[in-house]
Design a protein. Structure first.
Length: 195
């Protein structure tokens, strides 16, 4: 019981938390693709890369969770836990896409690919809800990486401008009217037809 008396700097894990973590690990290792990636003999885990952004001169640091070199093809991946127990299966791909976009995972993937010279990038999503640990492997498309890169470039220019001028604008600088996006316009039109 010496560990109970010496907990400084340590995070205690409950039996339930350990059980959940082990079940998530089991789901990942049993998944046909995730298991192969996570246990590949030539994998490298959390390798740090550092660089200087050529356009802005800002320092860049990235650390993909996993990378593999498959005969000259460099593959990177990030492991992401999510909580999606109540999503209908037909809406899951759209929800995962929103998760990628809303959390800027595509932006970080573009940074990883540029800084670590990765050719392909994947996300390994695992649902962390108790007793429902499904896994989804999602490859970042060329267009998604391009979008991420353009947003990354825009963000780097804004950060450099902030350092240069000392001005850091708020994310919203004017009042606005919220408008429907394309998806909600289609929903509205469909409901109008049904009404």
């Amino acid at each position: 019981d010496a560990w109970r008396e010496n907990t400084e700097g340590k995070v205690l894990v409950t039996r339930q938390q350990l059980s959940t973590a082990l079940n998530i690990q089991k789901a990942l290792l049993e998944h046909p693709t995730a298991g192969k990636l996570l246990t590949h003999p030539s994998r490298a885990v959390e390798v740090s890369y550092f660089g200087i952004d050529e356009e802005t001169g800002l320092e860049v640091r990235v650390r993909p969770d996993l990378e593999l070199d498959m005969g000259g093809l460099r593959i990177g991946a990030d492991l992401k836990t999510i909580s999606m127990w109540n999503i209908k299966q037909e809406g899951l791909r759209a929800k995962l896409h929103r998760e990628i976009i809303d959390r800027d995972y595509h932006l970080s993937a573009a940074m990883y690919c540029e800084t670590a010279a990765l050719d392909q990038f994947f996300w390994i999503f695992v649902n962390k809800d108790e007793n429902y640990h499904w896994v989804a492997i999602i490859e970042a498309s060329t267009e998604l990486l391009e979008l991420g890169m353009l947003e990354y470039r825009k963000t780097m220019r804004a950060i450099a401008n902030g350092f240069d001028t000392g001005e850091w604008p708020a994310p919203i600088t004017e009042d606005y009217t919220d408008e429907l996006n394309d998806f909600d316009v289609r929903r509205l039109e469909a409901l109008r037809v049904q009404a």
